[in-house]
Design a protein. Structure first.
Ligand SMILES: Cc1cc2nc3c(=O)[nH]c(=O)nc-3n(C[C@H](O)[C@H](O)[C@H](O)COP(=O)(O)O)c2cc1C
Length: 324
């Protein structure tokens, strides 16, 4: 147990990342039941659809979970519905809305704020966030430009007694051990959890993750042409999504003027709404390099914890053998 696990009421310091519009109810339930914190994304879905997801998740687990919102864009109706649903935790990215944090706290809901730099971390602490996620540029999905190895200890130094969770590039027990060694109290994993049996994305996307090298993931060039707008003031450096390279990312690099943003936004919305999207912008991080199999989530959580223990023991042993 540490401050993070006691604050959130979980058993192991592992957070399943929210996956925007991609459906992850069964996966979240499996992670919650394995002792971690499951999350659900809310992007592109109506409040009614989301309420149905939350009902299903509550049928599958009585453990705490997080509902995620972002400022790209903020859907106020869905956010109100989330407050009414009273999850244990709301997690938030791309905008640091102090007034929404206060509303969550009024309902007894904890607030996890993702940040990509020190300006964001400072503002999140001022706004009253209960936990900071320090998310490095290796991460799948929207992230900033500072690497996890640099960002996490810097945010830990600033955060004082507020627990910090490391995110970006962590896909195995060694990564979790490294996060703990940097002073984080846990890790949030996205890309690794995409390659689980419960995750609803296409098999083709999971297979690409297993086969991918780190350099097969790219920050989407001119992402403002294809991503929804930011609707909250942004703090610090801009965010751009990291995805597996596709013909669309190549086109955005070589011929951004030839892209019709309205048509593309519609296409992305339709594909993702239908559970696809892997041909356009398959959000995936550099840690795909470290993903070698598709496994049930509970098995993955157990493996992460066992491998983390081994990694920490090994590090202690190496040090004990006299390496200064
Ligand atoms: C498919 C996908 C969708 C994501 N959607 C969201 C989201 O809606 N909200 C959010 O805060 N983060 C989102 N993220 C970022 C994750 O929360 C997490 O920080 C990131 O995946 C961690 O890095 P990793 O992929 O290297 O594990 C997403 C990531 C992926 C891979």
């Amino acid at each position: 147990m540490n401050d993070l696990t006691s604050l959130l009421g979980i058993d192991v310091p592992i957070v399943l990342a929210p996956f925007g519009p991609w459906e992850e109810v069964e996966l979240a339930a499996a992670v919650c039941n394995a002792g971690g914190l499951g999350s659900l994304g809310t992007a592109l879905r109506s409040a009614k659809e989301l309420q149905e997801q939350w009902r299903r998740l509550r049928d599958l687990t009585d453990r705490p979970f997080a509902i995620n919102h972002t400022g790209r864009p903020l859907d106020r109706e869905a956010f109100e519905a989330t407050l009414d649903a009273q999850p244990a935790v709301i997690s938030f990215h791309m905008g640091i809305p102090a007034e929404l944090i206060a509303l969550a706290h009024d309902r007894g809901i904890r607030w996890i704020q993702a940040v990509g730099d020190l300006d964001g971390a400072e503002r999140a602490l001022e706004a009253g966030a209960d936990v900071l996620v320090a998310q490095g540029s290796e991460a799948g999905g929207n992230a900033g430009w500072i690497s996890t190895l640099v960002l996490v200890p810097a945010v830990v130094d600033l955060a004082g007694s507020t627990p910090v969770v490391a995110a970006g590039g962590i896909a195995d027990g060694r990564g979790l051990a490294a996060a703990l060694a940097l002073g984080a109290q846990g890790a949030s994993l996205g890309t690794r959890f995409l390659a689980t049996t419960e995750m609803t994305i296409a098999r083709e996307w999971k297979d690409r993750i297993v086969a991918a090298h780190a350099q097969d993931t790219v920050k989407v060039p001119h992402s403002e042409l294809v991503m929804p707008p930011f609707t909250l003031p942004q703090v610090g450096a801009a965010f751009a999504p990291r995805v597996l390279r596709t013909p669309l990312t190549d086109r955005l690099e070589t011929d951004p003027a030839g892209v019709d943003p309205a048509a593309l936004a519609q296409q992305v919305r339709e594909e993702v709404g239908a559970g696809r999207g892997q041909d356009l912008l398959p959000f995936t991080g550099q840690s795909a390099e470290l993903v070698h199999d598709i496994v049930p989530a509970a098995e993955l959580v157990a493996r992460l914890i066992a491998d983390c223990r081994n990694a920490l023991d090994r590090a202690r042993l190496v040090y004990g053998l006299g390496i200064p």
